[in-house]
Design a protein. Structure first.
Length: 256
């Protein structure tokens, strides 16, 4: 039997799928391209979440964990926060990511050493680590540190990203590449999904001519924000804070 890296499974949110599965077909496998038809707002968010990383992350089960940051603490007032960064992270151009890379991206940042910095807020905020996990709080410095780097970007219209081979997230991301196309009209996104031109679309209902047996509504049938083809495998537990598995579908899903 092939040895499975348990840390890789849990990091990707695939552990739940493995435990629920009855056959080896549920195991993650490398390869393929994830194609998505997205609305203008979701397009920009999905590109940012794919190319860049946040300091913190909301896991598929809703728990908070570190991404670029590994540890954090605050003073008694929750106004001054200190963050410790992950070692060995690199930008897509090969340069090292360090505390100086965070400066200027948010609030008042002071570098303590290469891997440590402090944020001083104007007002106390005990929820800052959760805030930093949200869309719009990616560390958008240099070429990005995300699991996929830009291969092609037509701003607001078309994005292709290729997987970074030498990346610190070795336990996540099975697609070789991802492709996002922006369509303003929900009808067009639905038709692209129905016709198999894409694997996922941010639509809340299927096209009238689509066969429901070929698709899965996410995060669930009662509160759909997007629909995916069964050509991709989605873990049993998906993130519900934001659409597209907390915008991390490129990291957490794989080809069926």
């Amino acid at each position: 039997m092939t040895r499975i890296d348990r840390r890789a499974l849990f990091a990707s949110g695939a552990a739940a799928a493995l435990l629920a599965a009855t056959g080896a077909s549920a195991l993650p496998k490398r390869g393929g391209r994830l194609r998505a038809a997205l609305s203008p707002e979701l397009f920009d968010q999905a590109v940012a979440a794919t190319v860049f990383d946040n300091l913190t992350e909301i896991a598929a089960d809703g728990t908070l964990r570190g991404e670029l940051a590994t540890d954090w603490s605050s003073d008694a007032e929750a106004r001054v926060w200190r963050f410790k960064l992950r070692e060995g992270v690199k930008f897509h151009d090969g340069t090292a990511f360090d505390a100086a890379s965070v400066g200027g991206f948010m609030w008042n940042v002071a570098t303590i050493d290469d891997l440590t910095f402090e944020i001083t807020l104007d007002a106390p905020n005990p929820s800052l680590p959760y805030l930093l996990a949200q869309p719009g709080f990616e560390v958008r410095a240099a070429t990005g540190t995300g699991l996929y780097e830009v291969q092609k970007l037509d701003a607001g219209r078309h994005f292709i990203g290729s997987r970074v081979e030498d990346h610190w997230k070795q336990g996540a991301g099975w697609f070789d590449s991802v492709e996002f196309v922006q369509f303003s009209a929900e009808q067009i996104r639905g038709e692209a999904l129905r016709d198999g031109l894409v694997d996922v679309a941010d639509v809340i209902a299927l096209d009238d001519y689509a066969d429901p047996r070929d698709f899965q509504t996410l995060p669930n049938a009662h509160a759909a924000t997007h629909i995916a083809s069964r050509s991709v495998t989605v873990p049993v537990t998906v993130g519900k804070s934001w659409p597209l598995d907390n915008l991390r579908m490129a990291e957490r899903w794989w080809m069926a």
